[in-house]
Design a protein. Structure first.
Length: 76
């Protein structure tokens, strides 16, 4: 089903850590693989992140049992 109505969702949180540490964990691939998955049954074995205008990001998410996986990717 396709709709022309766009829904904007905004999520906010407070992280009680220095901004440099948070930015590093949020943007560097070696850290992204440690948190970017839905549950303990999943993992993120691969991440790429090129933080430039037109740069690409990619996170590979896989079920730990090998039953399913997908790439989440896009362009900035």
């Amino acid at each position: 089903m396709e709709t022309s109505n766009k829904v904007i969702i905004t999520v906010e949180t407070t992280v009680n850590k220095p901004i440099k540490e948070v930015w590093k964990c949020w943007t560097e691939p070696q850290h992204i693989t440690g948190w970017s998955f839905a549950s303990d049954e999943w993992n993120a074995p691969k991440a790429e992140n090129d933080l430039i205008d037109g740069g690409r990001f990619l996170t590979r998410m896989e079920a730990k049992d090998g039953s399913f996986g997908f790439d989440f990717s896009g362009t900035y």
